[in-house]
Design a protein around this ligand. Structure first.
Ligand code: ATP
Ligand code: MG
Length: 478
């Protein structure tokens, strides 16, 4: 406890210059202001961040008036929900009016009713560790639900009965899994029981809110914890049914491994390789796209499984089928087109490398690999390397060396030519001039012929490209 208090004191000193002045402004106007939720919890855990959540008795219009002139920028996050956002230096501050929400059981979004006191506001928060507050500027600590004890025991509990809390807002069930993954905490047994009993209630929540929690969960330090909880409670069955479907019963000969377990391990191995994507200042990680692709790369397997008469099992085209399922699910979860395309491309290409065998790819095959991966190449490297969970060390070493070899080949080829911008050696105008034809279908055909040639044989001199084009043209016209 003493250590926790020290951490909080140190954190309050760190943010003091930002928040004390703001606290005085609110106090002078006759309002209370509290640091609440995430920043209080994270200060105790020593997880510092630059986002500050505050709660106040002032209504949004008043909040806006009070922060104007103090903040560098002010915006409206959701006035209807009582939240005003602002920035002060590198700090992002969100100020929400006390709430005592009334929910109608089947509404997708909470209806907001403003509350009058801190106690009521804390009582409607999701978990006790998120229901602690520090008053500003005088720094009194409020913890009506024993959040500090739960924090010490690393457990997520709801302030009231979990059934009531989840009826009010079923999204909190997803948030339990998300915080388990982020904080590495356990979820209290009665909370798990309520999640299990009420899993289907998640259906009333909008896809966007579910997606946002899923993204945070997957990007957390311990996604396995959160994912296992989603699967175990039946929530995954509602929001990402392809995941529990990976729990294929094994065939009696144990010829294929547990695909679900394998997928979680691939996700963890991808996380270990993720820093390849990090920029100089560590930006770009965690990377949702590579993590999600790792998690679901095999989702085509349940649908493509065939048992052969010799007792073996195959999953033909599970890459293609998996890419389709990925698209469908991610669209349903309202991911951006860019994210949908990125993840489904990775799923579709995750097996391609295995044709590489003992280094037997032609230059043309290497170029095609690079072209098809496009801007996902670095992620494809990570996914393919992570997708090796054999316990046979020699086999794993061999795969790693083979992939090293492929990456080396790509580097050599990329130096020779700028692979990522492969174009035919002659453009449309040159094609028309050489063949003496006008615009039309034949120019497109000639262009594709030259592109294939470029893929198969690498860059050509203009003379060689022209000769090849003429030969193709002569052979083609009767
Ligand atoms: P982070 O910002 O790191 O994701 P956080 O704890 O700040 O974590 P937010 O989603 O930003 O989480 O929410 C801020 C606070 O608002 C939470 O700590 C919690 O007290 C409360 N809260 C947010 N969403 C809900 C909800 N659906 N039900 C109840 N309380 C909530
Ligand atoms: Mg927050």
């Amino acid at each position: 406890m003493a250590q926790v208090q020290e951490r909080v004191a140190a954190e309050l000193d760190r943010i003091g210059p930002v928040v004390d002045e703001l606290g005085r402004r609110f106090a002078d106007a006759g309002h209370t202001l509290h640091l609440v939720g995430g920043p209080v919890r994270d200060a105790m855990l020593g997880r510092l961040q630059d986002d500050l959540d505050l709660t106040t008795s002032a209504h949004p219009d008043e909040v806006e008036r009070l922060v104007k002139g103090w903040a560098d920028a002010v915006w409206d996050i959701g006035r209807a929900f009582g939240t005003i956002g602002c920035r002060k230096g590198e700090w992002t501050v969100e100020i929400t009016t006390y709430r005592s929400e009334a929910y109608s059981p089947d509404s997708r979004k909470p209806e907001v009713a403003y509350g009058t006191d801190l106690a009521g506001d804390l009582g409607r928060r999701d978990f006790t560790v998120n229901a602690m507050a520090v008053s500003l500027p005088d720094r009194r600590f409020d913890d009506p639900f024993g959040g500090i004890v739960d924090l010490a025991h690393q457990v997520l509990r709801t302030p009231g009965r979990p059934e009531d809390s989840f009826s009010d807002d079923p999204l909190r069930m997803m948030r339990a899994a998300r915080f388990a993954a982020q904080l590495g905490f356990d979820v209290a047994p009665e909370v798990v029981a309520a999640m299990t009993a009420m899993a289907e209630r998640i259906d009333v929540i909008s896809a966007e809110r579910v997606r946002d929690e899923l993204v945070k969960l997957v990007c957390a330090p311990q996604p396995r914890r959160g994912l296992a909880l989603l699967v175990e409670t039946g929530l995954a069955e509602r929001v990402l049914p392809e995941l529990p479907a990976l729990q294929l019963e094994r065939d009696e000969h144990h010829r294929h491994k547990d695909v679900y377990e394998h997928s979680l391990t691939v996700l963890e191995q991808a996380i270990d390789l993720e820093e390849r994507l990090a920029g100089p200042d560590g930006a770009g990680v965690p990377d949702f796209v590579v993590r999600f692709a790792a998690l679901i790369h095999d989702i085509g397997k349940p649908r493509t499984r065939r048992f052969l008469s010799d007792g073996s099992v195959t999953f033909h085209h599970h890459d293609v089928v998996g890419a389709k399922l990925t698209r469908k699910r991610m669209k349903a979860l309202r991911f951006s087109t860019e994210q949908v395309e990125a993840v489904s491309k990775l799923v579709e290409l995750h097996l391609r490398f295995h044709g590489y065998g003992d280094g037997g790819w032609t230059d043309s095959a290497v170029r095609r690999y690079v072209r098809d991966a496009g801007d996902q190449l670095e992620r494809l490297h990570i996914l393919t390397r992570a997708d090796c969970t054999t316990r046979n060390k020699r086999k794993a070493d061999r795969l790693r060396r083979t992939y090293d070899d492929l990456e080396a080949r790509i580097a050599v080829l990329a130096e020779q030519e700028e692979l990522d911008a492969i174009r035919p050696d002659l453009d449309g105008n040159a094609i028309m001039t050489i063949l003496g034809i006008g615009p039309g279908r034949e120019v497109g055909e000639a262009y594709r012929f030259l592109l294939e040639l470029r893929m198969d044989e690498g860059p050509q001199t203009p003379e060689a490209a022209e000769a090849a084009l003429r030969a193709w043209w002569d052979a083609r016209t009767p």
